[in-house]
Design a protein around this ligand. Structure first.
Ligand code: ATP
Ligand code: MN
Length: 293
């Protein structure tokens, strides 16, 4: 372990159905640090901690605890609701990553923007939540989105959530604020909904979704986050949110990407997320009014 992290309780079972322990979580982050760190760098981070494993008590944590080592980087951000600064962790080093793992931070949920320009996200995110057990519907909708993106000459990248659905990202030039990002995302989501009205809804109210896939653009907001690529999930099979090439999406098996299998896949294929990530793009085409600053 890099200096400063004294791992504890490594034998504790974290994923009972998979027989995986806290030690396995630390080993996983140790193995994939080089590919996950670029996706976390300089982004305020919310972690979801599971001190007793995935079936035990868990909580989202935004504020870095007072007992954190002094080498853990943080960024203070005013939380209006709490009327105090929240000291978000910046996971910019392997040592911090392993410290978080030792804190039982199974899930890592970074912001869409980075320090320096926290008001300007560098991607749009679409969260595809299919009806229960219908991952194939998420695939269908993601592919419909891909067609639409092609039509607009915009490039996106897709990953499994590691849980039930799919996340589509569109990297954008870092010069649009969250309001513009959200407007662009809403415009695109509306087009998807119009193309597949029986399958997709952007309806936030559960009762009105009627068995359709929920295309959620709610992540495109300051303070919102989404699970990081390569982050483990608190799911019984120890699945991981994993990038998928568009032409592999039709046949992808999300359950194949677990903390057991992913280190080997990355060993062979490298930083898949980086490889698949298009250049940051101009949002103007997706905005009804010119909202670029
Ligand atoms: P799934 O595929 O099951 O939908 P998901 O990670 O997309 O998995 P969602 O419930 O759709 O889960 O939520 C999307 C994102 O919103 C999460 O990755 C997380 O970052 C954030 N989120 C979800 N629930 C909460 C919550 N209770 N508090 C804060 N953030 C949340
Ligand atoms: Mn989701």
């Amino acid at each position: 372990m890099p200096g400063g992290v004294e791992p504890s309780n490594l034998e504790k079972i974290f994923w009972p159905d998979s027989g995986l322990t806290k030690g396995d979580l630390l080993d996983y982050f140790d193995a994939i640090a080089d590919v996950i760190l670029p996706a976390l760098r300089d982004r305020p981070l919310t972690v979801k901690r599971y001190p007793d494993g995935i079936d035990g008590f868990s909580f989202f944590q935004k504020n870095t605890p007072k007992y954190a080592p002094d080498w853990v980087k943080t960024v203070p951000l005013w939380a209006g609701s709490a009327r105090r600064d929240v000291h978000y962790t910046l996971c910019n080093s392997k040592r911090t990553l392993l410290w978080l793992a030792n804190q039982a931070a199974i899930e890592l949920h970074p912001w869409l923007s980075r320090t320096g320009r926290l008001d300007q996200p560098d991607h749009l995110v679409f969260d595809l939540d299919p009806p229960p057990g219908q991952f194939d519907v998420a695939v269908k909708v993601a592919l419909a989105m891909k067609e639409l993106l092609d039509h607009h000459r915009i490039e996106g990248v897709v990953k499994t959530s590691g849980a039930k659905g799919i996340h589509v990202y569109i990297p954008i030039q870092r010069r649009f604020d969250y309001r513009a990002a959200r407007e662009a995302a809403a415009n695109l989501a509306q087009e998807v909904e119009e193309r597949l009205p029986e399958v997709v809804t952007t309806e936030v109210r559960l009762a009105k979704r009627r068995g359709r896939l929920f295309l959620d653009i709610g992540r495109n907001a300051p303070g919102a986050h989404i699970v990081a690529p390569y982050s483990p999930r608190a799911r019984s099979a120890a699945t991981v949110s994993f990038p998928v090439a568009w032409d592999e999406l039709r046949t992808v098996r999300p359950e194949r990407f677990t903390i057991r299998t992913v280190p080997k896949i990355i060993g062979e294929r490298g930083d898949v997320w980086k490889e698949l990530m298009p250049r940051p793009q101009d949002l103007s085409a997706l905005l009804s009014r010119a909202a670029a600053s």
